[in-house]
Each structure stands twice: as C-alpha cells, then as structure tokens.
Design a protein around this ligand. Structure first.
Ligand SMILES: C[S@@+](CC[C@H](N)C(=O)[O-])C[C@H]1O[C@@H](n2cnc3c(N)ncnc32)[C@H](O)[C@@H]1O
Length: 273
C-alpha cells in the first residue's frame, strides 16, 4: 500500500492550495449543513455543484418527472450520484428511479445508489454493469407498459442519462493525459450507445418551461480541451444525438482545461436511421 504523501509544511504549493481551498465558495458550500436554497448542500464533492449547474441549464438531464435511471461513471466519492438521486426523488418517478455508480475506487454507500467498484476500462466491469441495467429493463417491461414492445424493437436501452466525470490521474505529460482522457471518453460513449433510451420514431423536440427537450437519452461527459477531442465530438457524438454542446460550468476552475459535453436526445446509429 502506498503511504499518503504529506503536504510539505509551509511549502509554496501547499500554501497556494490551502489558500485556494479556503477562498473557494464551492468547497465551503460542500459541507455547509444548511442553505436558503431548496437544494441540499451537504454533498460529498465540490464537483457536485458542476452537475447541479449543468442540470439547471439543461433540465432534461435529470428531469424529476421523466428520468428514471441514471448511470454515474467515475462516481467516487459520490457527489454526482447524490445530486442525481435527489433530483429523481423529487419527481413522479420517486421510488422507481435507479442510480448505478461505478468507480475504480470504493465509496461510502448512498442509500438508493447501487455502487459497482471496478475499472470501467475493463470489459468485464462494463458487461457486468450492462447486465444490471438490462435486468432492470426487463423487470420494467410487461403488458401495458409498452416496454415489452420497445425491447422487441430494440429501442429500449433502459437508461435515461449516463454521466461521466471520470478522470485518470494526471501524469503531467500532456500527450499522455489527452490520450487517457480520450480513452475514457471513448469507453463511456460506446457504453452509452448500448444502454441509452433511443428517441422513438416520429418523436419531436418539444418545449418545456421555454427550453427545448430532445427526445431520447442523454450523456454528460468530462473531457480535456484538445483538437483530438474536438474531432471526437464531431465524429462520435454529433451524429448520434439531437444536440451536443460544450459546457464549462462556473464551478469548474478556470485554470483547468476540463469541460463537459452535454449530449441531448440520443437518436441511435446514424448509419441505420
Ligand atoms: C473527479 S472524480 C469524480 C467526482 C464525482 N463526480 C463526485 O462528484 O464525487 C473522478 C473519478 O474518476 C474515477 N476514475 C478514473 N478512471 C476510472 C476508470 N477507469 N474506471 C472507473 N473510475 C475511474 C476516479 O477514481 C475518480 O474517483
């Protein structure tokens, strides 16, 4: 087991880090027990506020009335899963909503979230997760639900939203770090294509509260800005979704090159439409 590396007392970098943490409003909010807003603020991670922000801007990502099932990739310590679960609990789908959380690291349990510990880059872990999702899909299917028919037609993936905040430990070697980010994005994208609910034929974009809602499942995925990743979006995301936008939530540190793709309205394989 690797020993924890202590922060060098008084070193310039540790004082910079401590200084930044103490000034960061999202680090303080993370553990604040109360808030005037209706959103719970005792989240496990600073990152939670990024998802809150993305979901406020794109309400169909975690829509309390329609989102029933969410997969959270790179979930530890569990902040995004908490946000997703809270949103599902507030809606009509409460009780039926499911969240699966996957991480290479362990995390404290969250009641209502099924945690799978494993490396998402391993095909065994992805297949295990897929089988869990499919079990739910077939349990939900049945006469009168319309789901049996959807599954026969191969248009029921079972998942409404896939979230990926996965980030490999940075090596500092830019080309390697970009390669790792691309590898995680590729694995999350291929998985999402297999499990996301597809827009039904003839289903139109509708407006809700002045915002467009694209039919079909959604994918939110962290990436690191680089021309190779722009190319990835153009080839692997844009043709598969109704709309793909790049978001840099205000809670994401400006010095970080991280951003998120918000992919709305899964349409399925462009080659067979
Ligand atoms: C930024 S953290 C996620 C924070 C989380 N969204 C939250 O709000 O608590 C990134 C996570 O990605 C996980 N990760 C990186 N590579 C992974 C992989 N190959 N498989 C599973 N998890 C991975 C890391 O272990 C880490 O916990």
């Amino acid at each position: 087991m690797r020993a924890a590396i202590p922060l060098a007392k008084g070193s310039a970098s540790s004082s910079r880090w401590l200084n930044r943490q103490s000034r960061d409003p999202y680090v303080r909010l993370r553990s604040s027990p109360t808030s005037s807003s209706s959103l719970p603020t005792s989240y496990r991670s600073r990152s939670s506020f990024k998802l809150v922000s993305l979901a406020q801007k794109h309400p169909s990502l975690l829509n309390p009335s329609t989102t029933k099932s969410v997969v959270d990739l790179g979930a530890a310590p569990g902040g995004w899963s908490q946000v997703a679960l809270n949103m599902l609990k507030r809606g009509k789908t409460s009780g039926r909503g499911r969240v699966w959380a996957v991480d290479i690291l362990g995390m404290e349990p969250i009641p209502g979230v099924e945690v799978i510990k494993g490396d998402f880059l391993s095909s065994e872990v992805r297949d295990f997760l897929k089988s869990k999702v499919q079990q739910q899909a077939s349990a939900g299917a049945g006469p009168g639900t319309g789901m049996d028919e959807k599954m026969e037609n191969d248009t029921f993936g079972g998942i409404d939203t896939v979230l990926s905040d996965m980030m490999a430990p940075m090596t500092g070697v830019r080309i390697r770090d970009i390669g790792l980010s691309l590898e995680l994005c590729a694995a999350a994208t291929i998985f999402a294509r297999d499990v996301l609910n597809k827009a039904k034929e003839g289903e139109e974009v509708r407006k809700e509260g002045g915002k467009k809602v694209y039919p079909g499942g959604n994918l939110v995925m962290k990436f690191f800005a680089h021309p190779d990743l722009d190319e990835f979006k153009k080839l692997e995301l844009d043709p598969w979704f109704g709309k793909v936008v790049v978001e840099k939530p205000k809670e994401s540190r400006s010095e970080s090159s991280e951003a998120y793709w918000v992919c709305l309205g899964f349409k399925g394989d462009p080659n067979v439409r």
